[in-house]
Design a protein around this ligand. Structure first.
Ligand SMILES: [Fe+2]
Length: 316
């Protein structure tokens, strides 16, 4: 089961601390900071909190793409508000990345900056299609950003001044994979489904093509990405698993920050409004426990390579 690790209790000294933090994350635990550990100006926080959802104005999270300095997902904002929001997300991206680079320099030397997001909607009672629902337990897999076996590292901050953000977790990836993808499990069926979706030009494929057409930095998917996406769908669609699996409930208080490899830590968001999040794709070459990575676990369960180009030389 996933555990919450309070970072106030880490070993002293930057190297011992980095090693310890990396091990905790790669074991499938969540690093928890009771207070926001990076600069977030009060004016910026107040502006973000003033962005109340108003009917159709926010259908999506607001995403910021740091490599292109581009903001998407908002609507009905005045030009001035858009520019202010972009400046705030730019500053947030810089600040949180600087903090994480100091905490985990080995990851930082080998990560690709992914998106940052601002989540102004109340999660409780959100009406979303089943595969997009946040309140169902799942591990992350992004159809438009295949990782080829590299890792999805995410840092979250609850900027709500009064309400906690509430998560559920269950077993980490290894336990889930053994239950559902091991001998007699669904791996072959999921692989087949993923392959047939791919060859028939399914949604994942279509999104990648669209991304390429739009000039977005999308990569083609590997068998690992296809299987992870199929597993994401399988977990969300599995009512018995959702209802009966052992669950741990976490309440992240106002101002707190937490970090996890969300391709490994199963999670569901039950409630909470106003969170900031930033994603990094960490190369397998930077891991301290590469045998714990989902791609390694899946390959040993299935018995053949799933991402040939993954972390050459890192899988001792
Ligand atoms: Fe997720």
């Amino acid at each position: 089961m996933t555990t919450l690790i309070n970072v106030d209790n880490t070993p002293r000294g930057p190297e011992a601390r980095e090693r310890w933090c990396s091990e905790q994350l790669e074991e499938g635990n969540i690093l928890f900071f009771p207070e926001t550990p990076f600069e977030l100006p009060e004016n910026d926080r107040e502006f973000l909190l003033s962005q109340q959802q108003s009917g159709a104005a926010y259908h999506k999270n607001i995403a910021y793409r740091p490599r292109q300095d581009r903001l998407t997902g908002f609507s009905k904002h005045g030009r001035e508000d858009q520019e202010r929001l972009r400046a705030i997300m730019r500053a947030y991206s810089g600040s949180v990345t600087q903090f994480l680079s100091a905490l985990l320099p080995q990851y930082a030397g080998a990560w690709r900056l992914d998106f940052a997001s601002f989540r102004p909607q109340e999660e409780q009672g959100r009406q979303l299609r089943l595969r997009a629902r946040n309140d169902l337990l799942h591990v992350d897999s992004f159809p438009t950003r295949p990782t080829q076996g590299d890792r999805i590292l995410r840092i979250f901050t609850n900027i709500n001044p009064t309400q906690p953000r509430v998560w559920l977790t269950t077993e980490t990836f290894e336990g889930l994979a053994q239950s559902f993808l091991g001998p007699g499990g669904a791996a072959e069926a999921l692989s087949q489904r993923a392959k047939s979706t791919k060859s028939s030009g399914g949604l994942g494929r279509a999104l990648v093509k669209l991304g390429c057409a739009l000039g977005l930095p999308v990569a083609d998917s590997s068998p690992y990405d296809d299987l992870m996406l199929a597993f994401h769908h399988f977990l969300k669609e599995n009512r018995e698993f959702q209802e009966t699996c052992p669950k741990t409930r976490w309440e992240f208080p106002p101002g707190s920050t937490w970090i996890a490899f969300t391709d490994m830590v199963s999670h569901a968001v039950l409630a909470g409004q106003f969170a900031l999040e930033h994603t990094y794709i960490v190369s397998g070459s930077a891991l301290v426990l590469p045998h714990k990575a989902p791609v390694s676990i899946l390959e040993s369960l299935i018995g053949h390579p799933l991402a040939n180009q993954w972390a050459e030389g890192s899988r001792q």
